[in-house]
Design a protein around this ligand. Structure first.
Ligand SMILES: CCCC/C=C\CC(=O)SCCNC(=O)CCNC(=O)[C@H](O)C(C)(C)COP(=O)(O)OP(=O)(O)OC[C@H]1O[C@@H](n2cnc3c(N)ncnc32)[C@H](O)[C@@H]1OP(=O)(O)O
Length: 285
């Protein structure tokens, strides 16, 4: 597993150290990094897959493991952020879907489902410090959290229809959990990418922050707002509110993988993905 976990001393003493500390891998291997603040118990989970934090199978598996570790060790909050200065996450790595190996394609989609189930259903309070662009799968991760703070002049949204792709039901439920239904419907059908200011206005993000440090502090302030609540009552309330969305995917998990595989393998979808990749590469030149 390619992630590192750094734990502060005070937290360690109240945690099962044996399960908590995973061996550090060489710096160049790390795709996520977890740091736990020893005073607050808040965990910062940083995605680190340059250049754009494209969500490939390895990053997704790493994210899943890190979320599970944070949960197991009863951290008091999870902040998801990015090591990049300009990109939170470019969403799914299109290379995983273009001319795919069929077995890996199934594993890839299953890994995405697992990350979503772990993050959306997390018992630990969650927040995203969105320090860069956050299209598609990047937006899904941020919207799965309970609170979002974004830096100015970036974009966020579920742009799937612009790529000729239909977002699955659980992407849409995640959006609907954050946005009023009518706005969610318009945004999803248009595949609209919102600027930071627009995202704040419609409620897709909760606050803006001038710097990443400020964004992290605002996320921590959100966690501090639960200081007077019972953590179990808090979690059970969240669980009930999100229950139907989670159950819907759990009931159809295998079918959902099959639908995805069938969809991605359609010649018209492959053609569209190929053209989109080409346009991204041309833009980079
Ligand atoms: C049934 C299926 C449902 C689910 C379907 C989809 C969900 C998804 O998440 S699909 C992915 C959607 N993502 C996007 O549309 C974002 C595309 N990327 C961008 O808009 C820009 O790259 C971005 C704004 C994120 C960053 O811009 P820049 O900083 O200017 O970087 P570059 O554009 O130059 O990109 C650098 C490098 O990365 C490659 N890249 C970017 N995004 C992806 C991606 N999602 N997958 C794979 N590769 C990606 C880009 O081609 C460049 O590559 P090189 O030219 O080889 O350097």
């Amino acid at each position: 597993m390619q992630s590192a976990l750094i734990v502060g001393k005070k937290i360690c003493s109240s945690l099962l150290l044996r399960n908590w500390v995973r061996p550090l891998s060489a710096a160049s291997d790390k795709l996520t990094n977890v740091e736990v603040n020893d005073k607050t118990g808040f965990a910062k989970l940083t995605m680190n897959r340059p250049p754009v934090n494209g969500l490939n199978l390895d990053l997704l598996r790493d994210l899943h493991q890190s979320i599970q570790d944070i949960e197991k060790n009863k951290c008091r909050g999870l902040i998801l952020t990015s090591a990049s200065n300009t990109i939170f996450s470019a969403g799914l790595d299109i290379m995983e879907m273009y001319k795919p190996d069929q077995e890996r394609l199934k594993q890839f989609w299953t890994a995405l489902q697992d990350v979503w189930l772990a993050l959306y259903g997390s018992a630990v309070p969650t927040a995203a410090a969105i320090n860069g662009h956050s299209p598609a799968g990047g937006c899904l991760l941020a919207a799965s959290c309970e609170y979002r703070v974004m830096l100015p002049k970036y974009t966020i949204g579920l742009n799937e229809t612009q790529l000729g792709i239909v977002a699955p039901k659980w992407f849409m439920s995640t959006f609907r959990n954050v946005l009023p239904r009518r706005i969610a419907e318009q945004a999803l059908t248009q595949g609209k990418m919102f600027t930071s200011d627009e995202a704040l206005k419609i409620g897709l993000v909760d606050e803006l922050a001038a710097t990443k440090e400020e964004a992290l502090l605002k996320c921590e302030k959100f966690f501090a707002s639960f200081a007077k609540t019972d953590p179990i009552a808090r979690y059970l309330t969240k669980k009930q509110l999100r229950h139907n969305d989670i159950k819907e995917l759990l009931d159809e998990k295998v079918q959902d993988v099959e639908n995805f595989v069938l969809f991605v393998n359609q010649p018209s979808v492959q053609k569209g993905l190929g053209l989109y990749l080409e346009s991204l590469k041309k833009k980079a030149k």
